[in-house]
Design a protein around this ligand. Structure first.
Ligand code: PXG
Length: 442
């Protein structure tokens, strides 16, 4: 029989936390109660340096005045407007602002509320696009091993992180995967893009031969795989994917949820690598992580394929109650203003060599077996404890938090992605503290 128990004040039991070791957390909670610029404040009053921009999203740092003010103002002016068959000006303004900074060729914006929803949206648009053009048999989706495309069914189907997939049944049918591009034997300790592995893009030709190009709707990849532990595209790899997809009439989707908004020193990875996809998924840095919002951007060709039939008819049967929400749109505009006024994308590019140098100074530190970097992203891979994968990195995370730095771990990989406002002494603090942590870790 269920106990008739009312939660006590500060009872942690009710909230089932996402992607969290709930039992461990609730025994020794780690709570943030405030944030400003590069720092969080913990419930016990300590300052913690944010080495991860929250979850790769607070690219401009925390509680930035322009963004906070825009949200306040919008909440008092137009809190909500119906997203279907009605509009409000700022959602249109933000779309134009996004197209301004997007790679040449991206011309339309579809709003969502998260990276996961952006992925579902892009996959659905891809399939519906081919159907609208009379190629309704193009329904297959190709992802990549170790890819992360959020947690909804489409995203985990094209995704390639085993633990995110294996608990959840049969997933979407008609999905295949490219091999991942992680070649530690050949590419360990590479700075920036690795030399080896462009040929892995040719596997797409093998998949095409297996299924027939005429059955494939889209290929989706992260231009740089973040969540799986920072796997960089080998030199020439993305160019090859672009060439093959183009030749075969397959749409190429870049999942830029992490790489978007300055992380690599350009607005988007598309510009950084000089490869433009047919669609891009974004979220996170779009509103500096402050209000949930995502956006899918696509080419005129994709969009225009839908603009046919009677004009009173809905062209795409898809959308969310909160697509282009006024407060999220206001936060988005203020975020783009902040990035621009403070030159944060350029700042990330300028800081990248210093970041690279600091990160690679960890070579030779206890447990470290590989280091990878690009823009303001870095990964330090640790040798796992025999028989206990992920534990060493998780212990490093706990110890780092005690010592005043926030890092992320995935498997036995430590990933860092600080806000783009980080100062050089703060990079030194982050890397110096991590070194101490690793040297004293079992
Ligand atoms: N695509 C990519 C490439 C992502 O990195 C998503 C989609 C899903 O976004 P939402 O907003 O639905 O969470 C992501 C999210 C980490 C970490 O520590 C990464 C993400 C989220 C949380 C933690 O690596 N990526």
């Amino acid at each position: 029989m269920a106990l008739d128990r009312k939660p006590a004040p500060n009872d942690l039991d009710a909230f089932w936390m996402p992607f969290t070791a709930n039992r461990q957390f609730k025994k020794a909670p780690r709570m943030f109660v405030a944030a400003k610029d590069m720092h969080y404040t913990t419930a016990d009053g300590r300052e913690v340096l944010d080495g991860t921009a929250g979850l790769w999203c607070c690219n401009a740092g925390h509680c930035r005045p322009k963004i906070t003010e825009a949200i306040r103002k919008q909440a008092g002016e137009l809190d909500y407007a119906p997203a279907f068959q009605m509009g409000h000006p700022i959602a249109f303004e933000l779309a134009n602002r996004l197209i301004d900074i997007a790679p040449e060729g991206m011309e339309h914006v579809f709003y969502t509320n998260s990276g996961s929803e952006s992925v579902e949206t892009a996959l659905k648009i891809a399939i519906a696009y081919h159907r609208a053009r009379g190629e309704g048999q193009r329904t297959r989706l190709i992802g990549r091993e170790r890819g992360y495309h959020g947690v909804n069914f489409g995203g985990i189907s094209v995704g390639g992180i085993v633990s995110n997939r294996k608990h959840f049944g049969t997933l979407l049918a008609g999905v295949d995967h490219l091999p991942h591009t992680h070649l530690p034997d050949q590419n360990a300790y590479t700075r920036g893009q690795p030399e080896h592995g462009a040929n892995l893009a040719d596997e797409l030709e093998r998949i095409v031969a297996l299924h027939g190009a005429e059955t494939i709707a889209a290929v989706i990849v992260e231009p740089m795989a973040g969540s799986t532990g920072v796997l960089l595209p080998p030199k020439g790899y993305l160019e090859k994917l672009r060439a093959i997809t183009k030749k075969r009439g397959i749409l190429l989707i870049f999942d830029e949820v992490i790489t978007g908004f300055g992380r690599l020193g350009s607005a988007f990875a598309g510009q950084h690598f000089g490869v433009v996809p047919d669609m891009m998924t974004t979220a996170k840095g779009l509103t500096n992580g402050v209000i949930p919002m995502g956006a899918v951007m696509c080419s005129a060709e994709v969009h225009d394929a839908f603009m046919q039939g009677p004009e009173h008819m809905i062209e795409l049967f898809h959308g969310y109650t909160y697509s282009g929400n006024p407060i999220a749109s206001a936060a988005g505009i203020a975020t783009l203003d902040t990035y621009k006024e403070e030159g944060l994308f350029e700042r990330a590019a300028e800081l990248a060599p210093y970041w690279e140098e600091a990160l690679h100074s960890l070579k030779g530190t206890r447990h470290v077996i590989d280091i990878r970097n690009m823009g303001l992203i870095g990964a330090v891979e640790l040798a796992p404890i025999a028989g206990e994968p992920t534990k060493r990195a998780f212990n490093a995370f706990l110890k780092a938090y005690e010592k005043g730095i926030l890092i992320r771990t995935t498997g036995d990989i430590i990933a860092m992605s600080p806000p783009l406002i980080i100062e050089k002494p703060q990079i030194d603090q982050l890397i110096g503290t991590l070194k101490e942590v690793l040297e004293t870790l079992e």
